[in-house]
Design a protein around this ligand. Structure first.
Ligand code: SDX
Length: 396
């Protein structure tokens, strides 16, 4: 014990909360949004319809969905003054740093009479966030590339509009690859919410102090960035590329991941809750095949997917992983799809943040709806020094 707290895991109490939004069964690999299985939503729903479901609790009828989509389209521009925030970032700033900064800055534009106890105000915050996150995200990429910002085109679908703002060229018409639009929409459904994960818990905790919801969501962006959480999708690709470049057998890397002395872990493997295959990873894996089918046989993205699939096979045949119920999670295959869609590595977690925004703001809203909800205050187990008297510096 070097004076830092060392908890006996048996004592660590995990803060818990009740929620009606997302159900996970980690032992059986089940995930449901408001009671609907993730597999059915991925197959039949759209990201915006899933946003409606997560926030309001029910699937919309035709008129409700049309009104919701129109509302989102009416708010997908950002205040022109917000654009100048991007110029304050270096070109090589990580897009997640920009996302964190610009999302937090929204609280400077939309905090006027933001009464968090007012349902209409909370709904307005949700609409603004869902509408503006794709614009903020795409402009983070455009800034890094030194490209002109593309304004949203409300004639396009949500996911198509994002790809347009990412890859559009002002001088020529933009035509999105329909399989990329579909794949992105499904990936965003899969990443939309996930119960009380680290970033959602951060949004709930910061929101519990009556903080501005845009500031609370910026705190969620910061938490998601970590490679143990949302940053894993970027870390998986770096790991796969290192494996390919090394020319070493996959077994060497699986052996390193098992070595307690080696800090190396198989990124995209394991989960705090799932002790079975992450149901989202299965669906992402299928999308991989759909997207890569369009690519030439010698595409480096196919080699990347091939390496990932073989790595999964080697790891899941190893007792260390089987005995610890370590399976691929949502991040293991998602990066391969983003690469195949020409989305750069440092934008992967931005994609995750854009998709998870509805989960964060829906969970924040649920907490605010509960008039009994109080400021979060996790308890601690003090393991430090017993009471002692001050010693003058001359006697130390
Ligand atoms: C996300 O919470 C959510 O819902 C998150 C998320 C969401 O949608 O919000 O699902 C998104 O964050 C997915 C996870 C992305 N992170 C990674 O892929 C990073 C690699 N994974 C690990 O760092 C790890 O698995 C965690 C952080 C995800 C979970 O860590 P835990 O809780 O320590 O895992 P555990 O308790 O199940 O570990 C049991 C054992 C330990 O070894 P022993 O002490 O038993 O010897 O398994 C080992 C761990 O060291 N282990 C791994 C491993 N993950 C756990 N060993 C090698 N490689 C790994 N990836």
């Amino acid at each position: 014990n070097t004076g830092f707290f060392t908890f006996d895991p048996g004592y660590v109490s995990t803060a818990s909360c009740s929620s009606n939004i997302t159900y996970m069964d980690g032992e059986n690999g089940i995930l449901e949004y408001r009671g609907y299985p993730i597999e059915q939503l991925a197959k039949h729903s759209s990201y915006l319809e899933t946003c409606y479901l997560l926030f309001y609790g029910e699937l919309p009828d035709t008129k409700q969905l049309e009104d919701f989509e129109t509302n989102i389209n009416n708010h997908n521009m950002v205040h022109e003054a917000l654009k100048s925030f991007y110029n304050g970032f270096r070109r090589d700033a990580h897009p997640m740093a920009i996302m964190m900064g610009v999302t937090g800055a929204l609280s400077a534009f939309y905090h006027y009479n933001m009464d968090i106890h007012n349902k209409a105000h909370r709904e307005r915050a949700m609409l603004r966030l869902i509408a503006k996150m794709p614009t903020i995200a795409a402009w983070s990429f455009r800034h890094a590339k030194g490209l002109p910002f593309i304004y949203p085109d409300s004639s396009l679908s949500y996911s198509e509009n994002f790809l347009y703002m990412m890859f559009g060229v002002p001088t020529t018409p933009y035509v999105a690859n329909p399989s990329h639009v579909k794949a992105l929409d499904v990936l965003m459904i899969l990443h939309a919410d996930h119960e009380q994960n680290a970033s959602t818990s951060t949004v709930r905790l910061s929101g519990s102090s009556d903080a501005n919801p845009f500031a609370a969501v910026a705190a969620g962006v910061a938490t998601l960035w970590g490679p143990a959480h949302g940053g894993a999708n970027e870390a998986v690709i770096r790991m796969l590329q290192d494996i390919i470049d090394s020319g070493k057998p996959l077994e060497d890397f699986v052996a390193r991941a098992k070595d307690p002395e080696d800090k190396f872990r198989l990124m995209g493997f394991g989960h705090r809750v799932y002790k079975a295959y992450d149901p989202r990873a299965r669906i992402v894996h299928e999308i991989c095949h759909d997207i890569l089918r369009e690519l030439p046989e010698d595409s480096p993205h196919k080699a990347m997917l091939d390496t990932a699939m073989k790595l999964e096979e080697v790891a899941l045949s190893d007792d260390y992983f089987k005995s610890r119920n370590l399976y691929p999670n949502v991040d293991f295959y998602s990066g391969v799809i983003f690469l195949a869609m020409d989305i750069p590595l440092n934008m992967f977690t931005v994609m995750f943040a854009m998709a998870r925004t509805i989960g964060w703001i829906s969970q924040w809203n649920e907490m605010r709806e509960d008039e009994q909800s109080r400021i979060g205050r996790p308890r601690q187990l003090y393991m430090g020094e017993a009471t002692r008297d001050y010693v003058d510096i001359s006697k130390r």
